[in-house]
Design a protein around this ligand. Sequence first.
Ligand code: HEC
Ligand code: HEC
Ligand code: HEC
Ligand code: HEC
Ligand code: HEC
Ligand code: HEC
Ligand code: HEC
Ligand code: HEC
Length: 448
Amino acid sequence: MKFISKKVVLVAVLVSVAGAVVLLGSMKSAHAGPEAAAEPRLDAKTKECVDCHLERRVAVDWIRQWSVSAHGAKGVGCPACHTARAEDVDAWEHEGFTLTHVPSPRDCAKCHKREAAEFEASHHAKAAQFIGSLDNFLGEVVEGGPAANLGCKQCHGSQVKLDAAGVPVAGTWPNTGIGRVNPDGSWGTCTACHTKHMFRKIQAREPATCGRCHMGPDHPQLEIFEESKHGINFAAYRQEMALEADEWIVGETYTAAPTCATCHVSATPTMNVTHDVGARIAWTLRPIVSKKLENWEAKRGQMRAVCLECHGKTWVDNYFLMYDDAVELYNDKFGAPSKAVMDELKAAGAITATPFDDKIEWTFFELWHHEGRRARMGASMMGPDFTQWHGFYEVANHFYNRFVPEAEALRPGITAEVLGMPEHGWRRGLSAEEIEEMLKYYEKRYGD
Ligand code: HEC
Ligand code: HEC
Ligand code: HEC
Ligand code: HEC
Ligand code: HEC
Ligand code: HEC
Ligand code: HEC
Ligand code: HEC
């Protein structure tokens, strides 16, 4: 039914620009927000793209989305993003137009200079520069290329290659990985967060937008957020979040809960929106041993300013002290000591220089890359189950019961120094009093 009625209007569009506007208006959906209330403004070139695409039924939904977007309302037509010059490396001749098949951040930068510059300076833009990393060896070699194309690279970004006509080739595209290497030499994709052709803020403010990449065993930020009181309040009071507002300022436009964007991207009464998601981050939680980043005090200050829009000073400052302690605990008790053992095994020739051909390399990889990150990330964003059961519990279990025995089997005595640290001293045994106290607790609690 719906399909037929659309088709009927499709014919009307060919009659005139006015007809096109009526059609596009009738194609508006529930997605349309206040800024989309205006009719789309079609310049002559855009009208050519729209008319022919509607007639040939190519990318019809992109046209509907564009027509209800801020771009449609402001007359930013198809050529504004898709036009190329004949000498551009990504030029593509299409129906009498010289276009690009792959609009990049450089095309957006014509109008959104600040956002593009901030994004370019961020870790996001560099996310495909991972050649040489352990993860890359794992994806490309240990697993295999086709897995990396639809796995790693869909989050991190591919290197997009074009054929002689300027059409992107399979294996490299479609891809909206956050650090994609574009044919024009620029890095990244704005569509990673602003899906085409709506390009709306409302969608980028949704936790699910970030959660497409920030989830899973090695960086479960979405799951951590959902289990936190912030995520619970977001779900319960979603209708009070004013997600559709043009200016979205925590503490002014909304107070019910923060989302990922609130803490990492969006405005506060004293700070602008930033497209550098690292601007408010003090630690990096990704490596084997976490480090405080350059200018970390200033970055912490920016994050703290977000928290203080809702919470009191003692609450926030105490939380950060507890978070820093948890990261240091992981670093000092498990991260740095296990790395020292691995380095020694390698230096002694007990394992080879090739990654992942010794069992202990998998054990160690999971220790820091999976549970070690979960412990730190759970602590950073108020997710107690990820801090504890998916985090420190598994770190301790795998450290004592897998890593240490595997290292000892390869080179007896190698963990003696590490296990001699006061933090691991409990393994030498509890005192009679401590055992007595523990037994008493269980007797009182369970009566046996
Ligand atoms: C006279 C008809 C016509 C005009 C005008 C036209 N297109 Fe197309 N376009 C098509 C057809 C048909 C296809 C389907 C692919 C093909 O067969 O080339 C297409 C494909 C595309 C694709 C590639 C989609 C894919 O994944 O393969 C893009 C991008 C595109 N058009 C953009 C535009 C833009 C932007 C304009 C206006 C500047 C435009 N087109 C004008 C007919 C047209
Ligand atoms: C605000 C910029 C912008 C505008 C305006 C715009 N596009 Fe696009 N378009 C993009 C981007 C970005 C991509 C995705 C490129 C990528 O990820 O490789 C894209 C991709 C496409 C594709 C290919 C993707 C697919 O799924 O097949 C088509 C077709 C297309 N656009 C058609 C149009 C048409 C028709 C219009 C006008 C109604 C239009 N675009 C307006 C930015 C824009
Ligand atoms: C579901 C999306 C997703 C997939 C699939 C994925 N990653 Fe990641 N990767 C991420 C995110 C998100 C981060 C950043 C996590 C953080 O900061 O907490 C990351 C971090 C990394 C880092 C650390 C970068 C640094 O600056 O320290 C490397 C290296 C990496 N990934 C490589 C890979 C490789 C190689 C693959 C495939 C074997 C892969 N990733 C698969 C999303 C993904
Ligand atoms: C990591 C996700 C993400 C990426 C990637 C991203 N954006 Fe955004 N963008 C957002 C969020 C979230 C907002 C909404 C901020 C707010 O709350 O108002 C936004 C808002 C915007 C706005 C509205 C004006 C403003 O500053 O609030 C523009 C324009 C914009 N982005 C352009 C871009 C461009 C251009 C790129 C690529 C260079 C890009 N964005 C890449 C998340 C992203
Ligand atoms: C020719 C100029 C131009 C180009 C090129 C352009 N934009 Fe825009 N963009 C605008 C204008 C104008 C607005 C509306 C601003 C307003 O209403 O204040 C806008 C608004 C936006 C918004 C906010 C929409 C909302 O929800 O209110 C986002 C996000 C955005 N653009 C992203 C992009 C991305 C991504 C690209 C590249 C793929 C791009 N733009 C290319 C002019 C442009
Ligand atoms: C398409 C995948 C993808 C999306 C969508 C995405 N990210 Fe990321 N993000 C990554 C990857 C990959 C990295 C690690 C980059 C690296 O270090 O190489 C990362 C890193 C980060 C970092 C660490 C930055 C730093 O400087 O240490 C933060 C914070 C972050 N992302 C927040 C967000 C937020 C908030 C959103 C949503 C508004 C988001 N991301 C959307 C893939 C993504
Ligand atoms: C209440 C605010 C808040 C919310 C909501 C929030 N974060 Fe965070 N995030 C933080 C803080 C605080 C840190 C740690 C900053 C530091 O180390 O100083 C952090 C750290 C991170 C990191 C850095 C990890 C690394 O490798 O260094 C990423 C990535 C990230 N968050 C992504 C997300 C995503 C995705 C969401 C939503 C699913 C989200 N955050 C929701 C406050 C928040
Ligand atoms: C938009 C408002 C808002 C912002 C911004 C915000 N929070 Fe919250 N936060 C809340 C609400 C609401 C709760 C739930 C209150 C309750 O305990 O009943 C909460 C709860 C918490 C909790 C208690 C978690 C638990 O499980 O009991 C901590 C800790 C916390 N926030 C820390 C922070 C930190 C640190 C920041 C900044 C990185 C921050 N919050 C930013 C609104 C906010």
